[in-house]
Design a binder for this molecule. Structure first.
Ligand code: GLN
Length: 446
C-alpha cells in the first residue's frame, strides 16, 4: 500500500503540488516494521497519511512552508506524531501550506502553489491546502491540518471533503509550530465522516506538555455514527446568510439544511449578533500572539541564517528580512503595534472584549440547541492569483470560521454539494467537547 501510494503521488503531484517533501525511505521502513509486527488491531495501522508541514516529526525536515526554517529537522515528535506512530500510521510526507499557516489559499508558501483537486486553475484554500488537496485527489486517505481561523474547514470546503477543527484543548498542541496559541488546534481531513472520527480517536487526549490541554476522557468519536438525528435541535444563524455570501453557496447550504430537517431535526433561525466583528478582533488577537510566537526565529536556533550577516544585529535583521514572506511580516508589524504601550487599550484589549461578546453569543444559542449549522465559506474557490494581492478580501473569506476559533468550539466542514463543478461546504458547530454530536449529524447527512 505504501509503495502504491508513492507511485500514485509520483504520477499526480507534478500537477497537484500537494507535498513540499516526501519521506519515502522512512515511510517504507515504517511500513515494513508494521508488517513485521503484524498487529493491525488499530484501524490506522499501515495506512499512509500526510502531515501538515507545521507539525514536528523527529529527524524529518519540517518548515511551516517558510524559508526561515529551511533545513530544520526537529529533535522531537509532536504529540500527534507520537500518537499516530503508536497507532501504526505511515507518514508519507509533508503537505504544503501557507507560510506559518498565515493565509487562506496556500499561495503564501515559500515553496510552491498547490492546486485545487477539482480544478487546477483554482486555489485549494488554506492554510492546510496541501493536506486537503492530497486527500481530495486520492493521494492519501487522510491528512492532519491545523486551524487557527478556518485553516482545516475552509480547505476541506474548497476540496469537497470532511475537515474537523476539534474543541480547543481536545488535541495537544505540543510540537505544532505556534501561530496564535489561544486559537490553534490540530485536526483531521478525510474523505468520509467515519474516517475522520477514527483519526480523532487516535490523536485526541490530555497531554501535560500542553498547558491548555483538557484533562477529559476521550469518548469513542464513532459511537454515535448511525444514530438518528430525529429531534436534534439545530440552530441556523441569520448572520451566516447575509451580504457577502454568494447566492450559490446560500442556495446549496439551505438545501442541505432542508435535508437535515427532512431527517427529523428541529431547525430554527437564531442570531449571533457579533459575527461581523469576528474578523477584526481575530486580526488583532491572532497577529499579537503570532508576533510574539515568531520572535524565536532569530537565525540562531533554527533553520536558515542569512549568509550576509556580519554582526549579531545583522544575524537577526537579515535572517528575518530574507526568511519571512510578506504576509508573515505584515502580521508581525500589526501584532507588535497592537501590543505596544500606546495602542494596547485601543486594539488588543478591545479585541479581547469583542471575543467575550462572541463567546456569549454562542453560549446563549447553545442553551437551547445541540448544533449550529451554516456555510463554511462565503464563496466557492477562486482562481490562483486572484486574491493574493488583496489581503483584506482574503481575510473576509474567514468570516464564518473565525468566530468558532475565538470561542474555542468544535467545527466541521462537510461537502454540501457542487455548483459549476466546484464544491460547497456545510459547517456544523458543536458545544465544547461535543464532537460526537457533530459526527452523528455529519454521518446522517453524508
Ligand atoms: N486564513 C486565516 C488566516 O490567514 C486562518 C489561518 C489559519 O487558520 N491558520 O489567518
Amino acid at each position: 500500500l505504501t509503495k502504491d501510494t508513492f507511485a500514485n503521488i509520483a504520477a499526480t503531484d507534478a500537477d497537484l503540488q500537494a507535498f513540499i517533501r516526501l519521506h519515502e525511505e522512512e515511510a517504507l521502513a515504517q511500513a515494513r516494521d508494521i508488517d513485521e509486527k503484524g498487529d493491525f488491531s488499530n484501524p490506522l495501522a499501515g495506512i499512509p497519511m500526510a502531515m501538515k508541514d507545521n507539525i514536528a516529526t523527529n529527524g524529518l525536515e519540517t518548515t511551516g512552508a517558510s524559508h526561515i526554517l529551511e533545513g530544520f529537522k526537529p529533535v522531537y515528535d509532536a504529540a500527534v506524531t507520537t500518537k499516530l506512530n503508536e497507532a501504526g500510521a505511515v507518514v508519507v510526507g509533508k503537505a504544503n501550506m501557507d507560510e506559518f499557516a498565515m493565509g487562506g489559499s496556500t499561495e503564501t508558501s515559500y515553496y510552491k502553489k498547490t492546486k485545487n483537486a477539482w480544478d487546477y486553475t483554482k486555489v485549494p484554500g488554506g492554510s492546510s491546502g496541501g493536506s486537503a488537496a492530497a486527500v481530495a485527489a486520492g493521494q492519501v486517505p487522510y491528512a492532519l491540518g491545523s486551524d487557527t481561523g478556518g485553516s482545516i474547514r475552509q480547505p476541506a470546503a474548497f476540496n469537497g471533503i470532511v475537515g474537523m477543527k476539534p474543541t480547543y484543548g481536545r488535541v495537544s498542541r505540543f510540537g505544532l509550530f505556534a501561530m496564535a496559541s489561544s486559537l490553534d488546534q490540530i485536526g483531521p481531513l478525510t474523505r468520509t465522516v467515519k474516517d475522520n472520527a477514527l483519526v480523532m480517536n487516535a490523536i485526541a487526549g490530555f497531554d501535560k506538555r500542553d498547558s491548555t490541554s483538557a484533562e477529559l476522557e476521550v469518548p469513542d468519536f464513532t459511537a454515535k455514527l448511525g444514530e438518528s438525528i430525529k429531534g436534534m435541535k439545530i440552530a441556523v444563524p441569520e448572520e451566516y446568510f447575509q451580504e457577502g455570501i454568494a447566492t450559490e453557496v446560500a442556495t446549496q447550504v439551505k438545501a442541505a439544511i432542508a435535508q437535515l430537517e427532512a431527517m427529523g431535526a428541529q431547525v430554527d433561525q437564531v442570531s449571533l449578533p457579533h459575527t461581523q466583528y469576528g474578523v477584526a478582533a481575530y486580526y488583532v488577537l491572532m497577529a499579537s500572539e503570532a508576533s510574539s510566537n515568531l520572535q524565536r526565529y532569530d537565525g540562531i536556533r533554527y533553520g536558515f541564517r542569512s549568509p550576509e550577516a556580519k554582526s549579531l544585529e545583522e544575524v537577526y535583521k537579515d535572517t528575518r528580512t530574507d526568511g519571512f514572506g510578506d504576509e508573515v511580516k505584515r502580521r508581525i508589524m500589526l501584532g507588535t503595534y497592537s501590543l505596544s504601550a500606546g495602542a494596547y487599550d485601543a486594539f488588543f484589549k478591545k479585541a479581547a472584549q469583542v471575543r467575550t461578546l462572541i463567546i456569549d453569543d454562542f453560549n446563549k444559542v447553545f442553551e437551547n440547541y445541540d448544533l449550529i449549522v451554516g456555510p463554511t465559506t462565503p464563496t466557492q474557490p477562486y482562481g490562483i492569483g486572484e486574491e493574493i494581492d488583496d489581503p483584506k478580501a482574503m481575510y473576509l473569506g474567514d468570516v464564518l470560521t473565525i468566530p468558532v476559533n475565538l470561542a474555542g468550539l468544535p467545527g466541521l466542514s462537510i461537502n454540501a454539494g457542487f455548483n459549476g463543478g466546484m464544491p460547497i461546504g456545510l459547517q456544523m458547530i458543536g458545544k465544547p467537547f461535543d464532537e460526537a454530536t457533530i459526527y452523528q449529524a455529519a454521518y446522517a447527512f453524508e
